[in-house]
Design a protein around this ligand. Structure first.
Ligand SMILES: [Zn+2]
Length: 291
């Protein structure tokens, strides 16, 4: 298939009541495992690369692989720059063929977030590129194993959650196609039981008027996903749980091996483990059978 617009994927998810899985894929093994899972499960999928992961692979390196996989895949695939913060990364990603940008201006005060996000939308819309903004702040606790600019913000500091009335204002003024919202999820591993503010999510859905995005999907229950999807979440970002799970399985693989272990065996096992993990996630997000 040709690369599919993320806006179209999210519209379909909103209509049919599921969430499109968005996986951070930092190398070709991850990409292959995830695309195989999407084909087996008949699920649309978003492959993304985050600006904080550029230390693992550059955009120039990954873009041709991502575009080739999207073209060959028998299911709809969209390619997103995740947590784009610098103008440089955002423009480069669009130039290299990414057809969606998650612009993260959440660390700025409100007016500056509006100004920067609007600027990205103004350029992206000329190129048919979908833009996701972020309002509120999904924390990234240092001891939770998430990467990037670790912070020590309090996980359940509700002042960081998305304000429903402001969400409408933000969407109207910036023109974003989708909105990442904060209502109790965190990036990385949950250090304590997540408490999702589902009433707030429902109010955000009613006021925002665009598909909503959950970041920090690792560690939530099936029930958490279902309730969030029922309240307007149409895309869920997933990475940490998978990265940890596959590494654990590789450790077991190494421990079981009685003879020599070759790198190519680990590589093939990695692809299979990513495929299994991604397939489970797709079923949790109800995106299976929707391609
Ligand atoms: Zn995120």
């Amino acid at each position: 298939m040709t690369i599919t617009s993320m806006k179209e994927l999210l519209q379909d998810a909103t209509t049919k009541g599921y969430a499109v899985p968005c996986f951070n894929a930092i190398n070709s093994d991850m990409i292959r495992g995830i695309v195989q899972a999407a084909e087996e499960e008949q699920s649309p999928v978003i492959l993304c690369h985050a600006e904080i992961h550029l230390k693992y692979s550059t955009l120039e390196h990954l873009a041709p692989i991502l575009l080739e996989e999207a073209k060959r895949a028998r299911v709809p695939v969209s390619i997103l720059l995740d947590h784009g913060k610098s103008f440089n990364a955002v423009i480069k990603a669009m130039h290299l063929g990414f057809n969606a940008i998650m612009f993260d201006g959440s660390e700025y005060e409100y007016e500056e977030n509006v100004r920067r996000t609007s600027e990205v939308v103004r350029i992206a819309s000329q190129l048919g590129v979908t833009v996701e903004g972020e309002l509120g702040y999904v924390t990234r606790p240092k001891s939770g194993g998430a990467e990037g600019e670790d912070d020590d913000t309090i996980i359940d500091d509700t002042s960081l959650y998305t304000d429903p009335a402001q969400a409408r204002n933000f969407v109207e003024r910036t023109g974003v196609d989708a909105l990442a919202v904060a209502f109790g999820t965190v990036h990385g591993i949950y250090l304590k039981e997540p408490q999702l503010d589902l009433d707030r999510l429902e109010r955000i859905r009613q006021s925002a008027g665009v598909p909503l995005v959950m970041h920090g999907g690792s560690g939530l229950s099936q029930e958490d996903f279902a309730q969030s999807i029922d309240r307007g979440i149409a895309k869920i970002n997933y990475y940490t749980g998978m990265a940890l799970n596959v590494a654990e399985r590789l450790k077991e693989h190494m421990a079981r091996a009685e003879e020599k272990v070759f790198y190519h065996d680990l590589m093939m096992s990695s692809i299979a483990y990513f495929r299994e993990d991604a397939a489970n996630i797709m079923r949790s997000f109800r995106s299976n059978g929707k391609a």
